[in-house]
Design a protein around this ligand. Sequence first.
Ligand SMILES: *Cc1c(COP(=O)(O)O)cnc(C)c1O
Length: 384
Amino acid sequence: MKGPFPVDKLKNIDTPFYYYDTDVLKKTLKIVKEETKKYGFVQHYAVKANANKKILELIATEGFGADCVSGNEVKAAVNAGFPASKIVFAGVGKTDAEINLALDLNIFCFNVESLPELEAINELASKKGKTAQVALRINPNVDAHTHAYITTGLSENKFGFGLSQLDTVVGVVATQKNIKLIGIHLHIGSQIEDVKTFVPLCEKVNELQTYFEGKGVKLEHINLGGGLGIDYQEPDKTPIPDFQGYFKVFKENLKLRDGQIAHFELGRSIVGQCGSLITKVTYVKEGETKKFVIVDAGMTDLIRPALYQAYHKVENISSDQKEATYDVVGPICESSDVFVKDYKLNETKRGDLIALRSAGAYGEIMASHYNCREIPKAYLSDKI
Ligand SMILES: *Cc1c(COP(=O)(O)O)cnc(C)c1O
């Protein structure tokens, strides 16, 4: 038996389901709070990583802000107790309805990604007699050295303004009466494991600061996005990511001006390690060349392996028999519905419980109804 699981309790719950270890989440939040406080940094939790209401409420209770990428995320954040005054709103395709919602709630800041969006926000704010606070999302052309699908800060990506476009943008901002430019925003990618990757980001920001000063623009805040990775290989060894190292890189490399505040939007590193997807073995199938463990969770419950070739540690939490080698697969009619291949598990039989670890981020929230399947339920460890 492995991992920190109350197997006797979990056995009685219909599978598949997400199981969140509240203790791990609370410890994580405590450390993030301490580290950000140390440097006067501000953290907005990236809601897209996990918008489970109870998780959002726990994070809101600790005083963090929220980073949202849709109108419904803004609503979810407010419903969970995040004050609108601590909400930032990013995304390349904000609709008029979403912008109006955010204006009505008086959110802290729109992270603006294009000129037509800037003009739309100005026009909608003007109709309401309001001034919208905005930060320009800048694409710094910094390589995050991560999977292509989660790299966002290269010129070829759809996000933000390119460096060569800034002169034009600053010119347009000056003509928009219902816009107040208060900051810049940069997010280079996700699952970044080496914190040194953020050094070139800091250097780029330092250059940008000089540029904006030259233009007479005063930036109140610098938003550095999220992206800190987690240890998918050994979740029990590293249940809490290296937040000390992460924030220190920014403290040491960013040249913040007097009164300027650094904002962060961590998502995965906050919620990733607290969650597991718990699934039951439906069959153990002997193939011609392989043994397949067929579980009752599939890519509809956890799509990361199929979408990003992502690895989640798999454990048989109800067997302590000697190990054998299996492919662990779901029931969905897609060849990509595979969690791991040629993988050593304690000898597994029909009815065993399997845990897919480090599934707290981009897991439950990405679940779908494909194959007319149910969306998995979720339980917190202190409520079962
Ligand atoms: C996804 C995203 C984040 C969070 O990224 P993590 O890797 O989960 O920390 C932060 N900011 C923006 C703009 C994002 O799109």
